[in-house]
Design a protein around this ligand. Structure first.
Ligand code: BGC
Length: 393
């Protein structure tokens, strides 16, 4: 009897041992599958892990890019979403300066947090536009208007990803083919968005697109920033500058009226750096319509790369500069965040817990011939660039 139970005990412990080893192998595979480009000599790195699955069964992967100075950015293939971005404060402590979630489901119900936006960033009135006399109808997913590409815009599709490691830093090339009439837009649109996290601490974003049929395009990135790295604090103390002498007033549905209004003497004047909260609550018809800032500023300068905005958080010392080839920037102060979504750090995202600086063409441009064109023809290449540059002050 004794010998029999001893044999059982040995078999049992061997079995347990085997199970523990295979389980731990599985979980490490899931969490951190290191790729070939990991840990180059310059200490940049890219790692890849599972992030979950979409309701229609598509695998979502997360890539974590680390530049030579230890700045770390994670991006998932769902929506090209930037899930985390860790930069140092003036004492050298790393902090995550973007809102985000730790699961696919919450991203799918979130207001575009961290995501790539397309085919058309911002609003199109009544979800309608015409090209060469043909009228196209899009989803009206924002009251009576179309917003950020529709019901299943570029923020909700899974992109192909390819790692980049070169002398300037680490990056990710994301590609997506949006089929003819997807979300009601004409033309097969081949889109490439490249994120480069450089060793100069810049996040460079390059957008290109081509079509086989005349269409409209307006791509942007919808990261919600909070430079304090503590989203339980609001962003009213962030100091903002916007290099724009005019902004686009909106109607009650947040569609530009067509007027370009001088910012001088209004709460929209950020030509000199000013706290976001300084005039956000003053009695102003435009601020009331949007419950704060949710407007498009018309940038000074031409189509070349130019400084569009800066954002500074004094306590942490974090300073961010936005440069772009785009003619405009939407500044959105998180007015519609209402505390119902819980972020990755278990904080409920409340009103004004972050600010978005979305470089783009003007909202409703397809219906306003006086606004710069957003039409893309076959044979042309859409190409815009935006850089978010991180430093300390
Ligand atoms: C828009 C806001 C909208 C937000 C989230 C911003 O780009 O301007 O009005 O609420 O995106 O959807």
């Amino acid at each position: 009897m004794k010998t029999k139970s001893a044999v059982y005990a040995i078999v049992l412990s061997l079995l347990t041992c085997f199970m523990i080893t295979s389980c731990s192998n599985n979980s490490s595979n899931k969490e951190q599958k290191t790729t070939s480009s990991d840990m180059k000599k310059d200490s940049t790195a890219i790692s890849k892990s599972d992030f979950g699955t979409t309701p229609d069964g598509k695998k979502v992967e997360q890539y974590t890019l680390t530049n030579a100075n230890g700045i770390e950015m994670s991006v998932i293939t769902l929506g090209g979403i930037i899930t985390t971005l860790k930069t140092p404060d003036k004492d050298g402590n790393m902090g995550d300066i973007v809102l985000g979630f730790d699961n696919v489901d919450t991203y799918l119900e979130s207001p575009y947090i961290g995501a790539l936006i397309g085919r058309f960033g911002n609003r199109i009135a009544k979800g309608k536009f015409s090209l060469d006399g043909e009228e196209y109808t899009l989803a009206t997913n924002d009251g009576s208007n179309h917003l950020h590409g529709g019901d299943k815009g570029f923020d909700k599709v899974v992109w192909e990803a390819q790692e980049i490691t070169n002398a300037s830093g680490v990056g990710l090339k994301l590609t997506y083919l949006s089929k003819d009439m997807e979300e009601g837009y004409p033309g097969n649109l081949e889109v490439t968005v490249t994120y480069m996290l450089t060793n100069e601490d810049d996040l460079e974003i390059d957008y290109t697109a081509t079509t086989d049929k005349k269409t409209i395009v307006n791509l942007t990135q919808h990261t919600y920033f909070n430079l304090s790295a503590d989203p339980s604090q609001d962003i009213l103390d962030h100091v903002l500058s916007v290099d724009a002498s005019a902004f686009l007033p909106i109607d009650g549905t947040l569609i530009p009226t067509g007027e370009l209004r001088d910012v001088a003497g209004t709460p929209f004047d950020f030509t000199s750096p000013k706290k976001v909260g300084k005039e956000i609550a003053v009695d102003n018809e435009q601020l009331k319509l949007a419950k704060g800032y949710d407007h498009c500023w018309v940038l000074n300068g031409d189509g070349g790369m130019k400084e569009a905005a800066t954002l500074y958080h004094e306590k942490s010392g974090r300073f961010m500069k936005v440069l772009t080839t785009e003619p405009a920037i939407q500044v959105y102060t998180g007015n519609f965040l209402d505390g119902t979504l819980t972020g990755k750090e278990k904080v409920n995202y409340a009103e004004r817990s972050a600010i978005c600086l979305e470089t783009e063409h003007y909202p409703d441009a397809p219906n306003k011939s006086e606004f710069p064109s957003v039409v893309l023809e076959p044979g042309q290449t859409y190409n815009t660039k935006t850089t978010y540059s991180f430093s300390l002050k």
